[in-house]
Design a protein around this ligand. Structure first.
Ligand SMILES: CC(C)(COP(=O)(O)OP(=O)(O)OC[C@H]1O[C@@H](n2cnc3c(N)ncnc32)[C@H](O)[C@@H]1OP(=O)(O)O)[C@@H](O)C(=O)NCCC(=O)NCCS
Length: 175
């Protein structure tokens, strides 16, 4: 399955995926739908924070995955939080896995030492996906979200990579 960096033309399809999850799901803790303008920095943050899509065979986007900063302060430069969303009609067909097969090695190549995922629980597909990529369950925060009339726990998974001080890395010159 093809996975490639997102382009401006993908943003409307990505917006539809994330806004559906905001409206109907609990995996995304947003309560207000995003706008296209809010997604543009996701592209601008390339290549340090990859933003990938799996295009559909007939166009559109089946799913996307991206990396964000774990926290803002500079010492956190080598920690990243990942997120992945697949269109409901494409779930369970290997799209999430295909996205992570590109995303996780890209993050390792970028020199990240800690790759973190927060998963609103329960979410067996997401747990399975993250553990398939070597991520280890650290623990859960309880009742940290309230959505659709229920309190939601969030579990944290982590993959740590490498030893010693951060490596000097050369970033790709374009997306
Ligand atoms: C979670 C999600 C990203 C997984 O992507 P996907 O394309 O559906 O998953 P894949 O088909 O690539 O399967 C990945 C693994 O999960 C397993 N899996 C898939 N659906 C499953 C389910 N409903 N229950 C248990 N395991 C499941 C697969 O068997 C596979 O494991 P394997 O490698 O051992 O075979 C996707 O279902 C999704 O977008 N869900 C809604 C949003 C969401 O929860 N995002 C994650 C936020 S942390």
């Amino acid at each position: 399955m093809l996975v490639r960096p997102a382009t401006p033309a993908d943003l409307p399809a990505v917006l539809a995926i994330v806004n559906r999850e905001i409206r109907e799901g609990v995996a995304h803790f947003g309560l207000r739908e995003h706008t296209l303008t809010e997604l543009e920095p996701w592209l601008a943050n390339h290549p340090r924070l990859p933003f990938l899509v799996a295009p559909g065979p007939a166009g559109g986007v089946l799913g996307y995955a991206r990396a964000g900063r774990w926290k803002d302060r500079e010492a956190y430069d080598w920690a990243t939080e990942v997120g992945v969303y697949v269109r409901p009609d494409a779930q369970g067909r290997g799209v999430g896995k295909a996205l992570y097969q590109v995303l996780i090695p890209s993050l390792v190549a970028l020199g990240y030492r800690s790759i973190i995922a927060g998963i609103a629980l329960p979410n067996p597909a997401s747990v399975r996906l993250h553990e398939a990529f070597g991520m280890r369950h650290l623990g859960d925060f309880h009742k940290v979200g309230y959505k659709h009339g229920q309190w939601i726990d969030v579990g944290y998974w982590e993959l740590t990579v490498g030893e010693g001080p951060p490596a000097a890395i050369s970033l790709p010159s374009s997306s």
